[in-house]
Design a protein around this ligand. Structure first.
Ligand SMILES: Cc1cc2nc3c(=O)[nH]c(=O)nc-3n(C[C@H](O)[C@H](O)[C@H](O)COP(=O)(O)O)c2cc1C
Length: 213
């Protein structure tokens, strides 16, 4: 096995100074997200790792795709009966991290999470490819399934159920909005003296501060 202790990269691609950072977290996220999305080297620029905490205090993290990024926060879609949904029902806060390693950048967000309005879910679901729409009906996400064949049967049943007709959003599927009250931008620098700029909601006001790396 490759010895991970021997792997070493220099972080020299950029910097994040108080003079250049945007005035709002969403302004800065737009700049970095657009740079990631415009660079073919960055695969799935909207992939974000989402951490939740279960009712027993056990944390869990998994990747989801951010399908909305705006002043409200980050919207992702999932199964409302999944393990993450159970965590969020018990503890409606989450942390998320975008990491664009090719750009030597990460953005961490944390804050309360709530379901989006049903109309927002339905509008997004209607844009999804038909196969993905069927998948949302077919998959009992996070449940144990007996075999791949059993999963394929569920997919066939969903396809038969809808035939060539329109596929509505399943009631057990929809969006969540993570409304951050903290957002931290990290840019790798030389000698591990990285730039970290955090936006933190203090009452009604956002405070911007630099953190030690
Ligand atoms: C690149 C990538 C994108 C993913 N996007 C989503 C997504 O948008 N929604 C989702 O429910 N799961 C997505 N998944 C699968 C989740 O990581 C996870 O396996 C699933 O949601 C079940 O998580 P849970 O059992 O903790 O609820 C994605 C996985 C990867 C690797």
């Amino acid at each position: 096995m490759t010895d991970p202790a021997g792997l070493r990269a220099n972080y020299t691609r950029g910097h994040l100074d108080e003079t250049e950072v945007a005035g709002t977290w969403i302004g800065q996220l737009r700049v970095w997200f657009d740079a990631a999305a415009a660079d073919p080297v960055v695969l799935e620029p909207n992939a974000v790792q989402l951490a939740t905490v279960g009712p027993d205090g056990r944390p869990a993290v998994r990747t989801v795709l951010a399908k909305g990024i705006d002043e409200r926060g980050i919207v992702f879609y999932t199964n409302y009966d999944s393990a993450k949904a159970r965590d969020l029902a018990a503890n409606p806060r989450a942390a998320a991290v975008f990491v664009w390693v090719a750009h030597q950048r990460q953005v961490r967000l944390s804050g309360p999470v709530r379901k989006v309005e049903r109309a927002e879910t339905e509008a997004y679901f209607a844009q999804r490819p038909r196969e993905s729409q069927l998948g949302a009906w077919a998959s009992p996400q996070s449940q144990v399934v007996a075999s791949r064949a059993a999963l394929d049967r569920l997919a066939d049943e969903a396809a038969a159920r809808f035939g060539d007709g329109a596929i509505p959003a399943p009631p057990h599927w929809g969006g969540y909005l993570l409304e951050p009250d903290e957002v931290e931008f990290w840019q790798g620098r030389e000698g591990r003296l990285h730039d970290r700029i955090r936006f933190r909601l203090a009452g009604e006001d956002w405070v911007r501060e630099r953190l030690a790396p």
